[in-house]
Design a protein around this ligand. Sequence first.
Ligand code: BG6
Length: 297
Amino acid sequence: MSKPAAPSPALPSIPHCVSSEVGAGGLRRLVLNGAGGSAQLYLHGCHVTSFQPTGADDLLWTSAHSAYAPGQPIRGGIPICWPWFGPSPEPGRPAHGIARLVEWEVQEAARLADGRARVLLALPQALPPEMAAWLPSGVQLRCQITVGAQLQLCLETTNAGSAPLAIEDALHSYFRVSDVRQIQVEGLAGMVYRDKCAAGASRVQEGPVRFVGETDRVYADRSPQVAICDGNRRITVAKSGSQSTVVWNPWVAKAAAMPDFGDDEWPGMVCVETANCLDGRVMLLPGTSHRTEVCIG
Ligand code: BG6
């Protein structure tokens, strides 16, 4: 990523590559058309909701019951969890942090020499006061999204303050699958994970991950790549700067309990999240940055 730029009041016009439109709920959405693929990106949450390689189906899943409203997260796509993951240790704060709840600013948009489309967004400095009070002093967040035959996200946290800080993050990716009961996730065999469906018990993954019930696991996984195998389809999730991979499917009861998730939608999705959470949180010294990157294709 280049040096931080001042936010532009209007998106630079790049015909046929990056355009702006009104999306669901009246929220502003960018459409990125790169060589090899296209994506939709809501400024609300800097939230990618669609990625379609040319000639292929959308790789991402979104709920037909999602809210698209200020202050609420979008259900599906790639929510950005930051600066904490899961429930806040402090009461009264939203799950998965604040980044997915506010509108981000567009700082740059470009067509790369190879035809891919790229945008850079930043979490605004001017946040609602209660949210600003929850953030460590001097912390900054930007995300670069690049769209071609693959989708790349690079989430960069900078500690511009004077004290060390600990942050958690996740590129909480929801993938569309034919039937979660028929797929497997490869690349996690032998890894230790925390089983959130068993009060955080520590376990070791044997073989590929298969889904036979509610699944909510945080793997201590620094490996460069996992894959979702769905019949003849294989979706690769390659990453760097990430010490955790979260695998989640709510199954029957939890899906039914969530107002923004259809009761019958759970078989069609799986989350494989590129994260730094629990023991994998990131420690940032003053003046340093951390990048969490994923490449999906
Ligand atoms: C996953 C968590 O990442 O996100 C789950 O591991 C959680 O515990 C899920 O239920 C969805 O969270 P939310 O806040 O979007 O409903």
